[in-house]
Design a protein around this ligand. Structure first.
Ligand SMILES: [Zn+2]
Length: 272
């Protein structure tokens, strides 16, 4: 099972440039972090809005993918061993619940620690501003110079923004965090559980609504079509090429279902 936020890189304490945050789907935390290939951070003023929504959407699509693949592989495996609907349905529902809970838990833990580290960075910045405002002003000006402003312009900009809201200016340029938009771990947990459940329902329905003869081919077909759609959608959302994304998902899904089906057949035939 893919936990969506496993590979978040913690933000280094005081980067000299805004760090483009890893656009992992579950990283709606660093809201506004644009997916690779999209508008780089800083190119749009307070550009959190759109890319934030896109990140959520991507997280949802990936959670659904997860539900589709793991539940499909589970029910196909059981269907390889038995033609009875009861055990297939039981396994499918148990898999759905187990997956949704584990996704929610993983997401909760990952977003919580993400938020903790963001809060720690914000506190550190606040403290630095209180204790050494002059150094902080120079630091801010230097960051604008690094972005391409002339020293005079950078200094003026730093002074103006410091006069207006020093904390906001530092947090934006140094950390790339929007302090008002830290992700709620509960919200992240709930949405990944919902996404996983929606994805799981698809193979479950295909499996239990069709007769024994059609069950497996129909589930395969439903799952591959669904994966092609989610693959295309998530590629479009990330401005990536659609073809390879669809191919990877469809191949991965086929592989998972074929493997569990064969295992189910073997175990079923062995009479275990
Ligand atoms: Zn600073």
């Amino acid at each position: 099972m893919i936990t969506m936020a496993d590979d978040q890189t913690p933000i280094p304490p005081v980067p000299t440039e805004p760090v483009p945050t890893d656009p992992t789907p579950t990283d709606p935390g660093l809201l506004g972090a644009a997916p690779a290939g999209a508008v780089p951070h800083g190119a749009e003023p307070h550009g959190g809005g759109l890319s934030q929504r896109l990140n959520w959407l991507r997280a949802g699509v990936l959670g659904a993918n997860d539900g589709i693949v793991s539940t499909a592989a589970l029910v196909v495996g059981v269907a390889g061993a038995t033609a009875e609907r009861g055990p297939i349905l039981t396994a499918g529902i148990a898999g759905l619940v187990a997956g949704a809970v584990s996704m929610a838990l993983g997401e909760y833990v990952s977003v919580s620690s993400q938020r903790d580290s963001e809060r720690a960075l914000l506190d550190k910045e606040r403290a630095e501003l209180a204790t050494s405002p002059e150094e902080e002003l120079e630091e801010l000006a230097a960051l604008y110079v690094a972005k391409g402003a002339s020293p005079q312009t950078a200094r003026r900009l730093a002074e103006e923004l410091t006069a207006k809201d020093a904390f906001a200016a530092h947090v934006d340029v140094e950390l790339g965090i929007d302090p008002d938009a830290l992700t709620s771990p509960w919200q992240a947990a709930l949405s990944s559980a919902v996404a996983f459940t929606i994805g799981s329902i698809l193979p479950l329905l295909a499996m239990v609504l069709s007769g024994p003869a059609l069950r497996i081919p129909l589930t395969f077909a439903t799952v591959l079509v669904a994966l092609a759609i989610t693959g295309a959608v998530s590629a479009r959302l990330g401005s990536a090429r659609v073809g390879p994304a669809v191919l990877r998902l469809v191949l991965g899904g086929s592989l998972a279902m074929t493997a569990t089906y064969l295992i189910g057949r073997l175990l079923g035939a062995s009479g275990l």
